[in-house]
Design a protein around this ligand. Structure first.
Ligand code: ZN
Ligand code: ZN
Ligand code: FE
Length: 740
């Protein structure tokens, strides 16, 4: 009995070699019909004996190679047509362009095999790729994703490449960036005072430069990397000086998985993230062996594998890992263009390894870290961005402009929210310009115009000002409600649930600085049902960098005193006594700063979160009881009172490692106390504080132990990198904040 079925396939099925895969499978099984791209994904009509059709569908789901992924298949029985052969439908049927823009992916196993096979025509060719891997988002000027609309347009395919490109049985069928040494991009090595070197020799020269301890600017996937050998502390410090990056940890690229194991300890989930096609930086426990100035005082190291064939080829020539940090000066967007890089990075890099395949937009490396139970993406960029997240209520034309620090944007399409890449802090004119470009770019790729703009409640954030300048109706979203909504939407948490939102700073609706908030999430309401005990904070923005200000505020609130060795300490203490210019805050992040200052003497942070990170790293596993932390109430609202905890922490003479442990454990127990008081089974943890691995792990453990179900972020950053998505969710779903 011959049957015919129409299959509507959804998931990651465009630009990943899905159609050729279906073609080969159907041919192998002797089935007839066709496959084509649709607005939702792909459509297949398949004809043959019913049991064969069943087998076809199971193989389709099970054997599709990554990054392809079938999320769902809708099946419809239709009359058989008795045709012959199987065919692939082309652009004419390809529907609205808004289908999918894929991220840039590291070389697949098949391409890596060819890259290292002397018999292959692409042996050692740095621009090898196929439908399963290679550059996408970084080379797309506009949709549809077709070679003329990418930066591969100037490269005319040679007959061999064209044959692969047009053969449905080939892995490179419609692989838009397909190229080879005959027809594709080529390398160029530039060093001051020396003749330019073109072609394969450029790679050897770049490897030599790194061997000599020089700083190399390498044109990667989403822009320039600055590289220097990671086993040479003098060289690493030279890079820090020139890049004006004082202390923030630097990422390190290792040649392969074995090397990654040599330099860090990995949990299973961490290693899976490291070796995934996105090839992100993964923060793991360091095993030493690298230059100390890579991450001073930090027990962890951020490692990544080569993210492009060029990186692979370079790393194969080196017997040491290399620092790989974004090719910019601190706080500026990453360089993507050869001439621009040579000017802007002239004072930083000793040599340049570049190529002539242009990059359309800068894309940073992504960063992942295991938090409580799973790995979360802390910085969404290369390999992940842009990503559509389903949201039934989303309407095209809404753009969310995000926060001020860790800026990123989100743009709505019909039924989805497309989350853009990490742009970074918006303190510079160029970063603000980049954020606006990112909004325009994502709107263009969605083929929609801006109709509404969401922004943070804070009136002075650069993103808020950009939203207001856009000339469309604007909507303010409270910062912590955005965090909570982002987590709820990402994980699909069923109502009602308790959102624990702990971070550094966000303007509250009462004009104070929030940051230690509890919201009951139900329907369209985010009800502020509790918070940390407030304290006074002097100094506005300076308070985030200078933890001693929080320390003094905490002492003032408790009527305690302690000597703080900072030149401005007494001036700040005097302001607190007068209470005129001190604002109230419930910030958990500032509470971390306070204890790091009070107990560990870290009064200033050289980069965001340094003081709190230092405090986290001090902790050593202990059986000691948590410090006391109590639930009191302010009106009807529970207030988590850290007063007894701070008093105990100051009074008791114990090791820093135990004090830090007991502090983290106290906060975890405080979360459980609030959850118990509210009697809600599901508890979500979000906000920058939950990048703290110890806090996240203890909170998850304690919640599970007490019968609650904890939820953490995975895809969306818990830090302010998740705010734009959250803003888009809040406005799309019409969530309102109630603070009564
Ligand atoms: Zn490949
Ligand atoms: Zn070619
Ligand atoms: Fe935040």
């Amino acid at each position: 009995m011959i049957a015919r079925r129409r299959l509507s396939v959804q998931g990651q099925v465009q630009g990943v070699g899905f159609r050729p895969f279906v073609f080969v499978l159907a041919e192998e099984m002797g089935l007839t019909g066709f496959v084509l791209n649709s607005a939702q994904g792909a459509e297949i009509e398949i004809e043959g004996r019913a049991p064969d059709l069943d087998a076809f569908v199971s193989k389709l789901v099970a054997e599709l190679p990554p990054p392809g992924h079938v999320a769902s298949i809708e099946t419809e029985e239709i009359p058989s047509q008795g045709g012959t052969g199987f065919s692939i439908g082309y652009s004419a049927e390809e529907g609205p362009k808004s289908a999918v823009v894929l991220p840039d992916l590291a070389p697949c196993a098949a391409c890596l095999r060819e890259l290292t096979d002397p018999a292959d025509r692409r042996f050692g060719y740095p621009f090898i790729n196929c439908t399963h891997c290679g550059p996408r988002y970084s080379i797309i000027r506009q949709l549809p994703y077709d070679r003329p609309y990418t930066t591969m347009a100037p490269f005319e395919m040679c007959p061999d490449c064209r044959a692969e490109y047009t053969d449905p049985r080939d892995r490179r069928f419609h692989a838009q960036p397909v190229a080879c040494p005959v027809c594709g991009p080529r390398l160029e090595f530039v060093k001051a005072g020396e003749a330019h070197v073109l072609g394969p020799e450029a790679l050897e020269r770049a490897a030599q430069a790194l061997e000599q301890g020089l700083i190399l600017a390498l044109m990667g996937v989403g822009g320039f990397h600055l590289m220097v050998r990671a086993d040479d502390d003098v060289a690493v410090r030279r890079l820090r000086d020139r890049k004006r990056r004082e202390a923030k940890p630097l990422a390190v690229m290792v040649r392969d998985a074995d090397s990654a194991r040599a330099y860090a300890e990995w949990s299973e989930v961490e290693f899976a993230a490291l070796t995934s096609p996105a090839a992100p930086i993964v923060i793991a426990r360091s095993r030493g062996g690298l230059a100390p100035s890579i991450a001073p005082g930090n027990p962890n190291v951020g490692l990544m594998l080569p993210s492009s064939p060029l990186h692979h080829l370079l790393m194969q020539r080196l017997d040491f890992p290399v620092v790989a940090t974004s090719g910019n000066l601190s706080d500026e967007p990453i360089c993507i263009e050869n001439g621009e890089a040579r000017v802007r990075l002239a004072g930083v890099a000793d040599a340049f390894l570049m190529h002539d395949r242009k990059i359309v937009r800068p894309i940073d490396d992504s960063v992942c870290r295991q938090l409580g139970e799973d790995v979360a993406i802390l910085r969404r960029a290369r390999g992940y961005a842009p990503t559509p997240f389903p949201c039934a209520e989303a309407q095209p034309g809404l753009a969310a402009f995000g926060p001020h620090m860790k800026g990123s944007v989100a743009v709505c399409g019909s039924g989805k929210i497309v989350v853009g890449q990490h742009v970074g802090d918006l303190d510079t004119v160029s970063a603000r310009h980049r954020l606006k470009e990112e909004v325009d770019d994502l709107l263009k790729l969605q083929e929609t115009n801006l109709t509404r703009a969401a922004h943070d409640l804070h009136p002075d954030y650069a993103s808020t000002l950009l939203a207001h300048a856009a000339g469309v109706p604007t909507f303010a979203v409270q910062h912590h409600v955005a965090h909570a909504a982002a987590l709820g939407a990402e994980r699909g948490i069923a109502d009602p649930w308790l959102a624990v939102v702990w971070d550094g700073t966000g303007l509250g609706t009462d004009g104070t600085i929030w940051g230690g908030e509890f919201f009951l999430m139900e329907g369209k309401t985010a009800r502020r049902v509790g918070h940390l005990r407030p304290f006074r904070l002097v100094g506005g923005d300076a308070a985030a960098r200078q933890g001693f200000r929080a320390a003094l505020g905490v002492l003032h609130e408790l009527g305690l005193s302690a000597k703080l060795d900072h030149p401005q300490a007494s001036a700040v203490a005097n302001v607190l006594k007068g209470e005129s210019r001190a604002i109230q805050t419930t910030s958990a992040g500032r509470l971390f700063d306070a204890v790091s200052s009070l107990r560990a003497g870290i009064h200033e942070s050289r980069f965001e979160g340094e003081a709190a990170m230092h405090w986290e790293f001090l902790a050593a596993e202990s059986t000691a009881e948590p410090y006391p932390i109590t639930l009191s109430s302010q009106g009807t609202k529970p207030v988590l009172d850290w007063g007894p905890m701070i008093a105990a922490l100051l009074a008791q003479d114990e090791s820093l490692s135990q004090a830090s442990w007991r502090f983290h454990a106290a906060l975890a127990s405080g979360i459980v106390q609030v959850a118990r008081a509210l009697g809600v089974e599901r508890v979500g943890l979000t906000g920058g504080c939950f990048q703290n691995q110890l806090l996240a792990r203890l909170a998850c453990q304690e919640l599970r132990g007490a019968g609650f179900t904890p939820f953490e972020h995975r895809e969306i950053p818990p830090n302010d990198g998740g705010i734009a998505f959250g803003q888009a969710v809040v406005i799309s779903k019409g969530i309102t904040l109630v603070d009564d």
